[in-house]
Design a protein around this ligand. Structure first.
Ligand SMILES: [Fe+2]
Ligand SMILES: [Fe+2]
Length: 280
């Protein structure tokens, strides 16, 4: 069942955008003259958002033993850029916290996969000294968001795709493109573009299964691909996407990494996974 581009665009337009608070927080954290008070006021305009940010701030991932009780305290302890990541995560959570039946992912699974991938992408970015680890976090968080759009078509086509993946021994995303006319990666890039993400993040999302196609940001794209591979190796919420996953080993070489480095990253993350479900 091939889908028309107009249908995809219509569905992308129907998807809720990043909340206006998240957009404002991104702007404030990029402005060196912003104050803690301004950031606090922006976040606290939405109490549900503030509560999610506090819950994330208190997750084991950040490793603080003392309880963070207020947004001002969270900003002081975690810093502007981490707070921005948490606000974006809380905003994206509203879109990703659903069942994506077409991809055989139960409610919560795509969120768990996405937030794990975001954290992994940031860890890899820091390890390879990529200058914009925050961009890696946000691209990792949104890399599979196209699944939310394609989900409705997948409900009918999943069986056929899986059958062909097994028969033809080809990656899931390649057969997805053959059957639907689009991959969740391409559609995810369209969502990211609609949400006004910078072009390097749009490309990283659109090319996360084909990182060697990236032209503008091969490094960021490689980081998202590797983070996805780590999540797959850890068995975190992939659904059908993991079948015959085509791992581009060249992305490791781009950073002078080897498989042992990947295992170390996995070991680092494994301890922190217990907390990932907290937003569900
Ligand atoms: Fe994917
Ligand atoms: Fe993924």
């Amino acid at each position: 069942m091939a889908i028309s581009l107009e249908e995809i665009v219509r569905n992308v337009n129907d998807l809720p955008t990043m909340s206006s608070i998240a957009v404002q927080v991104i702007r404030l954290t990029e402005d060196p003259y912003s104050t803690v008070k301004q950031l606090d006021e922006a976040i606290c305009r939405d109490q549900a958002m503030a509560a999610k940010v506090l819950r994330l701030s208190n997750s084991a991932y950040y490793g603080y033993s003392r309880h963070i009780a207020t947004i001002v305290e969270a900003i002081g302890v975690l810093g502007f850029s981490t707070i921005r990541d948490l606000v974006v995560a809380a905003s994206v959570n509203n879109v990703l916290n659903r069942e994506v039946q077409g991809y055989q992912m139960a409610r919560g699974e795509i969120w768990r996969h996405s937030i794990t991938c975001a954290m992994t992408a940031r860890a890899i970015a820091q390890r390879v000294r990529f200058p914009a680890a925050d961009r890696a976090f946000i691209a990792g968080l949104m890399h599979d968001i196209g699944k939310v759009i394609l989900n409705i078509y997948m409900v009918d086509s999943y069986g056929e795709i899986i059958e062909r993946v097994r028969r033809e021994q080809r990656p899931f995303s390649a057969v997805e493109e053959d059957v639907l006319g689009f991959t969740h990666a391409t559609v995810g890039g369209m969502v990211a573009d609609k949400w006004n993400l910078p072009t390097d993040q749009v490309e990283a999302i659109a090319c996360h299964h084909t990182p060697l196609d990236a032209r503008e940001s091969p490094q960021l794209t490689a980081i998202i691909h590797l983070a996805d591979v780590v999540c797959m190796a850890m068995g975190i919420g992939l659904g059908g996407d993991a079948l015959h996953y085509s791992f581009a080993g060249e992305t490791l070489a781009l950073f002078g990494l080897n498989e042992l480095d990947m295992e170390l990253i996995m070991a680092e993350l494994a301890e922190l996974m217990g907390d990932i479900n907290m937003l569900n």
